[in-house]
Design a protein. Structure first.
Length: 246
């Protein structure tokens, strides 16, 4: 009996000396969990990213199938812009390259703003890579109004003689039929197609000239921009004109 009692007391003492180790666990409070969920819900959707992933574009506000405000991220720095991006099925194009020849990169954002039969519209935004300020790019309407002249002469044989002047250079070519014989059109029309591109660290613009209400494009006008430090904007540098082959 004494031996059994001694063993019982020994077991109790051993149990009392043992400790149970419980692994540490991090448990988020309900408030922290809600906050995390809200951050995920409020994260702006990514619209587009440049090839080098230095420039990213996020949607901030969207209404009636178009984005009305965006957040631009340039290498981690962010700024909001009230650019409109309609749902045309074409994503914005993003570039990060030195457009001002100062060995510093700028972000170029090209957005399709409209398309349809005979129509294809883009706009361009250029943003300083350091302070995220937007830089002006001379609008195509200003270039056409002040830099390009054109005349259309209807010939008796049903063909057209087209003359274009730009930057002191004159181009003349014939179009072998009149696509709008019942319309008196003295000059080429511009604005149906406005396509911006970035090539070899240059902003390029194609704005073909057209004839008729349902536009027939007869002359290709290709514009090269250059950064003007005095005006702190991109202005037309060179204009090349050539007839569009049917």
């Amino acid at each position: 009996m004494k031996k059994e009692m001694w063993l019982w007391l020994l077991g109790i003492s051993l149990l009392a000396g043992c400790s149970v180790t419980v692994p540490n666990e991090t448990v988020n409070t309900p408030a922290e969990q809600v906050s995390s969920q809200l951050e995920i819900q409020h994260e702006a959707p990514l619209i587009a990213v440049s090839d080098d992933e230095k420039v990213k574009l996020f949607a901030r506000n969207e209404a009636q199938n178009e984005i009305t405000e965006v957040t631009l991220d340039i290498d981690g720095k962010r700024k909001n812009f009230d650019w409109t991006i309609p749902d045309t099925g074409t994503k914005p194009q993003l570039f990060y390259t030195d457009l001002t020849n100062d060995h510093k990169e700028e972000a170029a954002i090209i957005i399709q703003t409209g398309r349809g039969t005979g129509l294809n519209h883009y706009e361009i935004h250029v943003v300083n890579g350091e302070d995220l300020s937007e830089m002006n790019v001379q609008h195509y309407e200003d270039i056409v109004a002040h830099t390009i002249e054109s005349t259309i002469t209807k010939k008796d044989d049903g063909t057209l003689a087209i003359t274009m002047k730009a930057q002191g250079k004159e181009s003349t070519f014939d179009y072998d039929f009149d696509p709008a014989p019942d319309i008196k059109q003295a000059q080429l029309a511009f604005g149906g197609v406005v396509i911006y591109t970035v090539e070899n660290q240059k902003i390029m613009l194609n704005i073909p000239g057209s004839i008729g209400i349902s536009p027939i494009y007869v002359a290709d006008v290709r514009i090269t921009y250059q950064f003007n430090r005095t005006n702190n904007e991109f202005l037309v540098e060179q204009i090349d004109v050539k007839p569009i082959e049917k």
